[in-house]
Design a protein around this ligand. Sequence first.
Ligand SMILES: Nc1nc2c([nH]c(=O)n2[C@H]2C[C@H](O)[C@@H](COP(=O)(O)OP(=O)(O)OP(=O)(O)O)O2)c(=O)[nH]1
Length: 135
Amino acid sequence: MTVGVTVVGAALFDEGRLLAARRSAPPELAGRWELPGGKVEKGETPEQALVRELREELGVDARTVGRVPGEWPLREPYVLRVWTALLEPGSPAPAPLQDHDELRWLSPEEIWDVDWLDQDVPAVRRALEHRPPVR
Ligand SMILES: Nc1nc2c([nH]c(=O)n2[C@H]2C[C@H](O)[C@@H](COP(=O)(O)OP(=O)(O)OP(=O)(O)O)O2)c(=O)[nH]1
């Protein structure tokens, strides 16, 4: 049974780099970095929610690759669950259209250069272990 309300986070990889997004709101989270994503809506699978959120927030055409094992509790009743994702061929480059004011593609050496939300740190670490192979 899936407990809690899923917030999907995308570990979006391109050429071996991970996309980090800096939140612009709410004030208590603004300025911290996260995996783009959001709440799963009624009638959606988490994978569908993730593709929708990436389109809305970043303007990209993406697909999920696989689930990153684990779940990270947020404020009740939310739980962060993460999927790896890739850009579809021909997708626009990501842009901070909604919820974010800056984006960065981080190489493995740069991953800890940004101030991730505390609850994202273990999720990012786990996502790196599941980085899709570079084509
Ligand atoms: N998207 C995302 N949210 C995260 C992460 N880590 C984390 O604590 N959160 C929190 C922030 C928010 O309180 C909540 C997700 O809310 P959101 O604002 O991104 O969701 P949403 O796009 O569906 O927005 P809304 O309908 O509530 O406006 O989870 C993360 O890595 N990605």
